[in-house]
Design a protein. Structure first.
Length: 334
């Protein structure tokens, strides 16, 4: 079937090509009645706007790229949902891509986004090397990093204060009487995880506690890996009364392993997570956790990016958001 063009619509509506164009763009130069009549003709003819042509005229595609490091990660998928809602509320659509934590694929996707002429890109980095890998391309498109604290890097990022969140978590468990707190899932090579481990260690120092670690030996964090790591941990003598999991996905894996082995949470071990993903609040889980404000994180990321896009701003913005404690029933007083 032949694509319906603006000229086809103009012929049927009995108006000029430019009048149809003005009706579609919402121009005040034509009356409301004329616009309504033209839009009705468009509907009847199944006219679809040529977004490529419009982008060339308007110098804007109204598209934003979103590159996630792992779309199967519950935190990432929830974040994508909120970013999409925030972008749509501002008149933009999202092109979503998944780098699968592979730097070479991340670079390929970034180049793809530039080729699709997106107005800007929001990126959840695959790892600490992402910034250096992508740096030659960053001048070509407005970009905002999410979830990795770039410290002094001259690029815009939005992050939660991971160190403060972990510190808050230890303080909370301490207030419940716990003095033997195991940090579960420390993963070296990840700035986010290192900041959380640093916050845990700082709180232990200030509260005169002995740091205890169960390191994540797997390439990334997931419920499956948390479960496997917990099985190894529970095979050893328990010399702790509380576990502070580096992520909620780790905590869910711990819960699965504990149930299989007859270890009761919170009666035998208190358990605290980090992130507050959607599943954490389910009735049989009720995980106490440190919340990353995902909706706010998404809103600020979109705002910072569109500020760069619409105002053609130079320079960069660093935004660090505060986490909060969400108390449920997985931690009890000793």
């Amino acid at each position: 079937m032949k694509n319906v063009t603006i000229k086809d619509v103009a012929k049927v509506a009995g108006v000029s090509y430019s009048t149809v164009s003005r009706a579609l763009s919402g121009s005040p130069e034509i009356s409301a009645d004329t616009r309504e009549r033209i839009l009705e003709v468009c509907k009847q003819m199944n006219y679809t706007a040529n977004t490529v042509a419009r982008a060339m005229v308007m110098k804007s595609t109204k598209l934003l790229g979103l590159i996630l490091s792992g779309v199967n990660n519950p935190f990432m998928s929830e974040l994508a949902y909120h970013i999409d809602r925030q972008a749509r509320a501002r008149g933009y659509n999202i092109i979503l891509c998944n780098s699968s934590r592979k730097p070479e694929l991340e670079l390929e996707l970034f180049e793809l986004m530039i080729g699709r002429q997106v107005d800007g890109i929001i990126l959840c980095p695959s790892g600490p090397e992402s910034y250096e890998t992508l740096r030659p391309l960053l001048a070509r498109v407005p970009t905002v990093f999410v979830g990795e604290n770039l410290r002094e890097a001259p690029e815009s990022y939005v992050s939660v204060d991971n160190s403060k969140g972990a510190y808050m978590g230890v303080e909370y468990l301490y207030s419940l009487g716990h003095r033997d707190i195991l940090y579960f899932g420390r993963r070296r090579g990840s700035p986010t995880h290192q900041l959380r481990a640093d916050g845990y260690a700082a709180a232990c120092l200030d509260l005169n506690l002995t740091p205890r670690y169960c390191n994540n030996t797997f390439p990334f964090t997931s419920i499956k890996y948390g479960y496997q790591l917990a099985k190894q941990l529970f095979a050893q003598k328990r010399d702790y009364t509380a576990i502070f999991a580096a992520t909620d996905t780790n905590a869910l894996g711990i819960m699965q392993a504990a149930e299989e082995l007859g270890i009761r949470i919170p009666e035998d071990i208190s358990l605290l997570g980090f992130d507050n993903i959607r599943d954490s609040g389910l009735p049989r889980i009720n995980l106490s956790t440190i919340e990353q404000p995902m909706k706010l994180l998404a809103s600020v990321a979109v705002d910072v990016l569109l500020d760069k896009v619409q105002n053609e701003l130079e320079g960069y913005t660093h935004r660090v958001l505060m986490p909060t404690l969400v108390e449920r029933s997985s931690c009890i007083r000793r």
